[in-house]
Design a protein around this ligand. Sequence first.
Ligand code: PLP
Length: 401
Amino acid sequence: ESVFANIAQAPEDPILGVTVAYNKDTSPVKLNLGVGAYRTEEGKPVVLNVVRKAEQMLVNDPSRVKEYLPILGLADFNKLTAKLILGADSPAIQEDRVATAQGLSGTGSLRVGTEFLARHYHEHTIYIPQPTWGNHPKVFTLGGLSVKSYRYYDPATRGLDFQGLLKDLSAASSGAIVLLHACAHNPTGVDPTLEQWEQIRQLIRSKGLLPFFDSAYQGFASGSLDADAQPVRMFVADGGECFIAQSYAKNMGLYGERVGALSIVCKTADVAKRVESQLKLVVRPMYSNPPIHGASIVATILKDKALYDEWTVELKGMADRIINMRKQLLDALTSRGTPGDWSHIVKQIGMFTFTGLNAEQVKFMTEKYHIYMTSDGRISMAGLSSQTVPHLADGMHAAVT
Ligand code: PLP
């Protein structure tokens, strides 16, 4: 008998499990709006042209070898990725106050930041928004922090519960860590305005809280890399410290390449140097050093003006298609006379719409319409096309009437 004879069957991941169920469905009209990956109008995954070009350049360069990267990754990539999120003229970069580690996409970068904090920071409580990406509480808990939540989403307005947020962060103990979605909050699609961000910043600084930004959608929200980085840059401009986890999964379509970064903005270059030395001790026993291919693609694009410009155009194309899907879905519901106010569909930002449909309505749509989404009613607008909008609108209409 196996030594694991009594092992329990684990449940599917709540997000990735949606795709497992979808794959089993044989209906020709089935629609997967569960996973957060971009699809074309034809419903196909894409590799950006600029990524193909960069890969060609890498393949054709005989000096490229497959040696190990340093523990903290590709040096060029680390410099360029910090510049992308902080801005080329960031004083933190000019003053050499940023410690960066190439990470395994957003998730791995969050995890390295968490392990570092658990080992070197005096406060182990991290506040996360309610709701948030389902993997956050697991990453932070298993990485050694203890998780509390702050109010974020108001179901009544389908918008930000700003007063609740301010109250909960005011009540946090001094020094606590606060997880902030840099833009395009997942799953709600609800972001603070810049004025609200400024109030959040003042509160966080006045209470001595430590901001930890999760930036998984830079450029994907508005179509502008700079506009989407604005909240992070506000926190860096005040000279204070912060953590930033970046992902190139969505904005460069590099999902499976697992490329991202953790940057720790420190108050002095001397602190940043010591922080960097300790990051190596976190990474070395976890995975030794990060993979070379994805980071080389990103570095190639970020350092070449022509490729960078081409990327921004392709990125805006993806963002605009998503924004257009929002309009089409709202129009389709309006033309069906679907009861309720659906204006949040065009107000929300980024890859997802938090529809407001409940678990029962989601189940109905899956069973009757073969439409797949997470049970909290979150739909990926990036998985939608002009051809599938009517079917989704039919399903939503039937679910609420
Ligand atoms: N953070 C948020 C808010 C996300 O939505 C995601 C992906 O869905 C991630 C982090 C991490 O993604 P990845 O590890 O693929 O970069």
